[in-house]
Design a protein around this ligand. Structure first.
Ligand code: MG
Length: 292
C-alpha cells in the first residue's frame, strides 16, 4: 500500500493512494485521524483492515487533497547515513568539504540526525534563502521506516523490522556542515528534509537492490544510481543503530546519497530560489520541491 497524509478542507488525515493515484481517506479506520505513527505501531492489526477496505472501495475518495509529509510528526529526529555510496564518498572526500580525517570510504557507518522540524512534504518550498552561506545542496535518498522496534536487531532479522520506505531529500548547507564540524546544523535546518510523496509498505517494494534513484534539478539529471551500490545496506544500518539505540516504531533511517550532488561539480551547483528538485525512486514515485 502507498500511505499518505493529506490536507483537504482545513483538516489533515491519513489516507492511501488507490490504483488510479486517487487519495482515499483512511482516517476513520480505528480512529487514526492524522496519526501515521499509530498506524505504524498497530500495523499487524490495522494494515489488513486498511487493505480490505481499500480493495473493496469502501474508503472515500478525497477531492482536492494536498499531500503532506507521510509522517507529519516523526517520533524523533531522523537517523541518516553519511557517505554511504562508494562513488559519493570519493566525490565528497575530494570536494574539500569533508572535515573528517581518514580515507574516503568509511570503515563503519556514519550516522547523524536531522531534526523533526526539518520535515516538509511534497511541493513545499525548501527554504534555501535561510542559509546565509548560499551553499544549499540536494541529496536524494531512500529512507527506511521502522515498524517493529527493538535493540540488537540481527542482520538476518532486520528486514522484518521495516514497515516501509519513503523518499527523502537530505538537503544540506555545505558551508554550515563544514563550519560546525558535526553535521546536525548544516543538515537539520527547518525545512531541509522533504519527505514523500507516499510511504510504501515493505511488502510492495520488491528487491531494493534492483531500484534506481534519480535526482533532477530543473529537469537536469544530476544523480542516477542503483540502490545496490550502498556501502552499508539496509540490514547493516538497522543492526548498527540498534546495537546502541532502541529503535522505535516510526523511526526513519535515510540511507545516504549517490554521486552527483552539487558539491561534486566544479564549480559547485548549489540550489537557489526558483529551482525545482525532483528525487525519483522506482516504484516509490517522485518527490518534487520548489526552492525558495
Ligand atoms: Mg545524506
Amino acid at each position: 500500500m502507498r500511505l499518505v497524509t493529506f490536507e483537504a478542507q482545513v483538516r489533515t488525515a491519513v489516507g492511501c493512494l488507490d490504483s488510479e493515484d486517487r487519495v482515499r481517506d483512511a482516517s476513520g479506520v480505528a480512529g487514526l485521524g492524522d496519526d501515521m505513527n499509530a498506524l505504524i505501531a498497530g500495523a499487524d492489526s490495522l494494515l489488513p483492515v486498511l487493505r480490505q477496505r481499500l480493495d473493496s472501495g469502501e474508503l472515500p475518495v478525497v477531492e482536492g487533497a494536498t499531500l503532506l509529509s507521510p509522517i507529519l510528526r516523526p517520533v524523533r529526529d531522523i537517523f541518516c547515513a553519511g557517505k554511504n555510496y562508494f562513488e559519493h564518498a570519493h566525490e565528497f572526500h575530494n570536494s574539500g568539504f569533508d572535515n573528517k580525517s581518514g580515507g574516503a570510504v568509511p570503515e563503519f557507518p556514519i550516522i547523524f540526525t536531522k531534526a523533526t522540524t526539518s520535515v516538509i512534504g511534497p511541493d513545499q518550498p525548501i527554504p534555501a534563502s535561510a542559509d546565509p552561506t548560499e551553499s544549499v545542496d540536494y541529496e536524494g535518498e531512500l529512507t527506511v521506516v521502522i515498524g517493529k522496534g527493538g535493540r540488537n536487531i540481527s542482520k538476518q532479522d532486520a528486514l522484518q523490522h521495516v514497515f516501509g520506505y519513503v523518499i527523502a531529500n537530505d538537503v544540506t548547507s555545505r558551508e554550515l556542515q563544514k563550519r560546525h564540524s558535526q553535521w546536525v546544523l548544516g543538515k537539520g535546518m527547518d525545512g531541509f528534509c522533504p519527505l514523500g510523496p507516499s510511504l510504501m509498505t515493505a511488502d510492495e517494494i520488491g528487491p531494493i537492490d534492483a531500484l534506481t534513484l534519480r535526482t533532477e534539478v530543473n529537469g537536469e539529471l544530476r544523480q542516477e544510481a542503483k540502490l545496490a551500490d550502498l556501502i552499508f545496506d539496509v540490514p547493516t544500518l538497522i543492526t548498527a543503530i540498534s546495537e546502541r539505540i532502541m529503535l522505535l516504531p516510526g523511526d526513519m533511517i535515510a540511507t545516504g546519497t549517490p554521486p552527483g550532488v552539487g558539491i561534486g561539480f566544479t564549480p559547485p551547483k548549489y540550489l537557489f530560489p526558483g529551482d525545482t528538485v525532483t528525487v525519483t525512486i522506482d516504484r516509490l514515485g517522485s518527490l518534487q520541491n520548489p526552492v525558495a
